[in-house]
Design a protein around this ligand. Structure first.
Ligand code: HAM
Length: 429
């Protein structure tokens, strides 16, 4: 019979076999962020919809089409929305908790699920995970380079070979309007040839046209003005400074003059990461940039910021599925089995004592024969079986090495020490 219920479209279950890679990615995210001085923050999975509408921008795919809106019981209005990304919520929290009084920049990091009502396909889900890092309160460009190098290092340590950093400057409130006017003037000449979506974007949020996937629009854009030619002096200085810092850190740059990103809050620095040879929106492994106007939108004084979000689902798809160290810790070191199927209390007590001493142990609590218990212990990947029998009355058990097939009588009092030592040499030997 086919199953009656399935995980919702665009979501998936992470089964224990998937979790080894996942945990390794999460552990390294927390470790690296800590090493660079970014401190953990958790914000709610849902926020007032306005946080996203105002922060990310009304005329963006994320807000127009992809927001999971939530209606509270008894209300006529979708007041809340599941977070499609964490930056807006983190900036809301920065303002709400008066973090401007802390030493600046405030360096924050988070890890967790995000929600976008997108058309599901390979590497694109409706619930997906991001490793996010934000530095709020430093105008850069050195901090831009620090953040970018952190993301670059994370991807390489995760095992993504040939990481490509696509980098652009999209100017600021001083210089961008002139560029947008020139872009609109150029593209409006071809308005009749543009597909409906791009025509809408040209009117409502012209910069988004650069993000098009339509082949005809792309052709027309080839002759369009370039933002690089419009940067004001401070934006150009910032760009040059960023390139110099990245060069000093040894991070190779692929200039991407058309890169604009899908969120409205960006100013100056905008970047995305790809595996070499795999370009296009869907394959971005992560992206980020500077958002010097965002904090102000939440009612605080102007405060610069920069950050990135890395797409963990896409990274996990790319990296090897067997990561030895994570796998090793996922299996119990020992399973407590016994000759008397009914003696579950003795097995459970012994496993509990081993765990209290720091040994990853479990007890076979199903009432089956010893040979079936041993079979299962081997299938679980345990290195040892602790066999409880009559010797327990003398304070002893049989310790069986399941890999070597050997067995010896061991004092219960020495058991945890023996197991920890033997497990250590198993792993390293
Ligand atoms: P974003 O480019 O919208 O930026 O998302 C960052 C990354 O999340 C993408 O590059 C991609 O790897 C992953 N991602 C996005 N949508 C999906 C999806 N539907 N399925 C799977 N993975 C996905 C942001 O979210 C910004 N908050 C980044 C940032 C932080 N900017 C400044 N600070």
């Amino acid at each position: 019979m086919p199953p009656k219920f399935k995980a919702p479209r665009g979501t998936r279950d992470q089964l224990p076999a998937d979790m080894a890679t996942w945990r390794a990615l999460e552990d390294n995210a927390r470790r690296l962020a800590g090493l660079y001085g970014y401190r953990p923050i958790e914000t709610p999975i849902f926020e007032d919809s306005k946080v996203f509408e105002r922060g990310i921008g009304e005329v963006t795919d994320i807000v127009e089409k992809e927001l999971f809106r939530v209606r509270s019981p008894g209300s006529e209005e979708d007041r809340w929305a599941l977070r499609p990304e964490p930056t807006a919520g983190i900036c809301r929290a920065y303002v709400e908790h008066g973090m401007h009084t802390l030493p600046q920049p405030v360096k924050l990091t988070t890890w967790g699920p995000m929600f976008r009502y997108d058309r599901p396909q390979a590497g694109r889900y409706r619930q997906f995970w991001q490793f996010d890092v934000e530095a709020i309160g430093d105008a850069g460009p050195a901090i831009d380079a620090e953040i970018i190098e952190l993301a670059y290092r994370y991807l390489r340590e995760a095992g993504v070979m040939d990481v490509e950093l696509h980098l652009n400057s999209i100017g600021d409130g001083t210089c961008r309007p002139a560029f947008i006017a020139a872009l609109v003037e150029h593209m409006s000449r071809f308005a009749a040839e543009l597909p409906e979506l791009d025509r809408h974007r040209l009117e409502a949020n012209p910069l988004r046209v650069l993000d098009t996937k339509n082949p005809r629009t792309l052709e027309l854009l080839a002759g369009a003005p370039r933002i690089a030619d419009y940067l004001c002096d401070p934006c150009r200085e910032h760009w040059d400074g960023l390139l110099a810092h990245l060069d000093a850190l040894g991070v190779p740059v692929t200039p991407a003059p058309m890169l604009v990103r899908g969120l409205d809050y960006y100013t100056r620095t905008a970047f995305e990461f790809y595996q070499r040879g795999a370009q296009g929106q869907q394959s971005a492994l992560g992206g980020g940039g500077r958002y010097d106007g965002l904090i102000e939108l939440f009612g605080a004084k102007p405060t610069p910021g920069i950050g990135f979000g890395l797409g963990i689902d896409r990274i996990a798809l790319l990296v090897s599925e067997t990561r030895d160290s994570a796998l090793a810790s996922a299996h119990p070191v020992a399973i407590v089995v016994g000759a008397d199927p009914a003696a579950t209390a003795a097995r459970l007590k012994l496993a509990t004592e081993l765990r209290a001493a720091g040994v990853a142990a479990s007890a076979d609590l199903a009432q089956r024969t010893l040979s079936r218990q041993l079979e299962r212990a081997a299938r679980e990947g345990a290195h040892f079986a602790v066999v409880v029998g009559d010797e327990l009355e003398q304070g002893e058990v049989q310790l069986r090495d399941l890999d070597a097939g050997t067995q010896r009588l061991t004092k219960v009092a020495d058991l945890s020490r023996e197991l920890l030592r033997a497990h250590g040499s198993h792993r390293h030997g």
